[in-house]
Design a protein around this ligand. Structure first.
Ligand code: FES
Length: 193
């Protein structure tokens, strides 16, 4: 990550969101927020991750952008392994925005979270800025590829991400979902930004 991770993140996100207009007209914004598991907490930069039930996802609005907080179960964490060959950037090495200063080990580059059970990741598709739908079940849906490990599907142009927000090969999105700057204020409260 560069000297100013927040500025770098916002600059890149602004570029992505700037391209989102054309996408949003093609697929209604509401469509991308359909997942029943979502809890939406608007206008906050501090969030108690313990309020997210195991296996569920909350969407926290930060600087006008959605940030996904997923309480990953042990099964979900195990699902992160064994499909590297399907991923474009399995260790999040492509650009600084997919990394974080605290990502020191291979394990951290796979789980992509300060506390592995709580993923905090940008909810903006790195293709043209749509909001991917949460598809945590391994069975997946009609649009999911075979052997779907769980993750997100962006209906705009068919990009897929696993449960660490790592993008699959062969889809339009070029990068893993970005990691926003965040830290823990106490055992379960995060401050994003
Ligand atoms: S915006 Fe095109 S696939 Fe997500």
């Amino acid at each position: 990550m560069g000297d100013n991770p927040r500025r770098s993140f916002l600059y890149t996100m602004a570029s992505v969101m700037g391209a989102a207009g054309a996408c949003a007209t093609a697929v209604p914004f509401v469509r991308a927020l359909e997942p029943a598991a979502d809890t939406v907490a608007s206008g906050v930069t501090e969030f108690d991750v313990s309020t997210v039930e195991p296996g569920m996802m909350a969407t926290v609005m930060w600087r006008g952008q959605p940030v996904f907080v997923v309480h990953r179960t042990q099964q979900m964490l195990e699902s992160l392994y064994g499909h590297d060959e399907l991923l474009r950037d399995p260790l999040s090495e492509a650009i600084p925005e997919v990394q974080a200063d605290w990502m020191k080990t291979k394990e951290q580059r796979i789980t992509r979270a300060i506390k592995p059970e709580f993923l905090v990741v940008s909810g903006v598709c790195t293709h043209l800025g749509c909001i991917p739908a949460f598809e945590p079940d391994r069975e997946g849906g009609g649009d999911m590829p075979k052997d779907w490990p769980g993750g997100w599907h962006c209906a705009c142009h068919g990009s897929n991400y696993d449960l660490s927000g790592r993008v699959f090969k062969g889809v339009p999105a070029p990068y893993n979902l970005f990691i926003p700057p965040y830290r823990y204020l106490d055992e379960s409260t995060i401050r994003i930004g």
